[in-house]
Design a protein around this ligand. Structure first.
Ligand code: 5GP
Ligand code: ZN
Length: 135
């Protein structure tokens, strides 16, 4: 299903032309309009899924294969020193476009970007309590 109000559905399905890095039957990878680094690419499924929770399992597996392929291509062609895969789900997690996508971000020595979080220092008891909630 495509969502007629979703810009990434239109881009993924070629209704809005964009800079395509890779395409197959189920995915299109495009250059991000607001890149963190040179070659920052987004992998979009052609079928609409708002986020990881809505994405069918087989498409999730395919998406990671595409991320590997695109990541290797960017690393080789742009001579990247490293690579981040970033995938946000929900506004609280930083998602701004609600059509599943994986950011493939080539990293270069001295590129000045920072992708991360402030690490906390939980006690052993706190970790145990979290495990009890999860399992
Ligand atoms: P999110 O914050 O949802 O994980 O990432 C959305 C990304 O989509 C951002 O990095 C933003 O720059 C990119 N973006 C938003 N609209 C467009 C667009 O119309 N075209 C392209 N190529 N990228 C877009
Ligand atoms: Zn969509």
């Amino acid at each position: 299903m495509k969502d007629p109000n979703c810009i990434f559905c239109k881009i993924a399905n070629g209704e809005i032309p964009t800079n395509t890095v890779y395409e197959d039957d189920h995915f299109r990878a495009i250059l991000d309009a607001g890149p963190a680094t040179k070659g920052h690419t987004l992998i979009l499924p052609k079928e609409h899924a708002a986020n990881l929770f809505e994405l069918p399992e087989d498409m999730a597996a395919e998406a990671m294969k595409v991320a590997k392929k695109v990541g290797e291509m960017l690393k080789e062609k742009l001579h990247a020193d490293g690579l981040n895969l970033v995938q946000n789900n929900g506004e609280v997690a930083g998602q701004t476009v609600h059509h599943f996508h994986i950011h493939v971000i080539p990293r270069f020595e001295g590129d000045g970007q920072k992708i991360g979080w402030n690490p906390k220092s939980p006690t052993a008891e706190e970790q145990e309590a979290i495990l009890k909630e999860i399992l």
